[in-house]
Structures are given as C-alpha cells and as structure tokens.
Ligand binder design. Sequence first.
Ligand code: ACM
Length: 268
Amino acid sequence: MISYCMQAGFFQFNTAFGRKQENLEKVRSAARDTSPDLLVLPEFFATGYQFISRDEVADLSEPVPKGETTEFLAGLSREKGIYIVAGLPERDGDIFFNSAVLTGPEGFLGRYRKTHLYFEENLFFAPGNTGFRVWDTKIGRIGIMICFDWFFPESARTLALRGAEVIAHPSNLVLPYCPQSMPVRCLENRVYAVTANRTGREQRGNTQALTFIGQSQITSPQGEIVVRAGIDDEMLGTADLDLSRARDKKLNDFNDLIKDRKPALYDS
Ligand code: ACM
C-alpha cells in the first residue's frame, strides 16, 4: 500500500485568562523550532476558558476571519507553510460561538462551531450551526471537532463518513475520560486524531474551579496512543501520520468498517 505521510502536532500549554498577546506569543515561540504540517492548538487557546459574564465574552470574542486571532494564525500558517486548527470564541453580530478555525499556507480556510456545548458554556454560547466539516487540503483531509464533542460518537463518525483522515480536536478537557476513550473513537472510524488540550486551573469569580487534565495526544487508526503529553507538561508533541492507514477501512477480506454499517437498524 502507498504511504501518504504528514507530520502532525499539538501544542499543550497553560493559557493565561484574558492575556491574548501573551498567549499568541507563546504559540509563536513554540512554532519557532518545530512546525509540523498540521499544528493543533487548544480550545479558546488565546483567551482562557472560564468566562463569567456576557460582557467578558463580548470583550474577548472576535469576528472570523477578520479578527486578531484568525489573522495571527493565518499569518503564522503562511510564514511557516503549515496548517493550523485552533479554538477561539467567535462573535457573529450579537451571537457567540465556541469555534475553531483552519488556516493554511493559502490563508483562512474555514471554521467549525462547536456542536455540543459543555457545562457553563451553555450560559454564553449558542450551539454550533455549521455541522461537522472536513477540508480536503494538500496534506490530507482534515475534520474538526471541539472538546466535549468527543463524548458523542456521532461527531467522529460523521467526520469519518465525510472523509476525514485526521480529526483535529482542540480541547479544554476537565473530565478524565477522553484520553483513554480516543483510541476507541479512532479504531471504530479508522482515523487519526490530534487532541490538543491545555494545562492549569481556572477559578474566576464565584464559579467552580476547573482543573484541566493535559494529556494531549495523537491517536492512530489502530487505536494506538502515538504520543501523549503529561498532565502539566508545556510541550509541542509531534508524530508522523501515514494517511493510507486512515483511508483503508477494511478489517479483513470480509469486513469494512464503513460498508458494513446497517443504518436502517440504527436509531438517530
Ligand atoms: C469542554 O468541552 N471544554 C469540556
């Protein structure tokens, strides 16, 4: 079988709430020495996660693609010749979305708005209305889901059915389950996943403290954890992905993971 290789990476770090410039600079310096073909950054990587008022959300959200963060990412993509998937709070008129953008050497390529909102995100953000999206790029077919989307098997399945070979998964995980669950998501769909989580803790105002679990990882179509960061590591983790492993859905001469499905027997 012919190999189709690319290098993918995640940058795991401790975002400082509200200090956008500092967070953007951290990403710039992480990408200085290592620039994988696809770099995935955490959910809300430049702003922090725990918003406590609508005013604060309005203050830190940006239009896409004409906002500071998307322009920064598009510039970095162009400069390094790489693709980047990164999470940010998006403002669209007076509606806010928990979004992720894809940029490449050719500039801004598109956005995904998080479908399954987690916990207090429901206070400030609207559920995504883009649906699950896959981009056919020069380095491979990239699909996006954001953090808690992983909990719903339909997210990864839909991306796989739409042709994703790699799922870019910006995250701010607080529950412990995702790192050991992604091997099953990848195995059942025969896709790679790059989960980029953050580290640290936020407790803003009188809200419940959130401790982020780190453990960003790259998972293979065979369910192997190819690289995993520690709970508190600030690191850029990379792996070489052979996309032919994601294109081949056959388990053996009789079973194909996509063709063997029986949608008529499944409830929606
Ligand atoms: C999450 O979706 N940020 C847990």
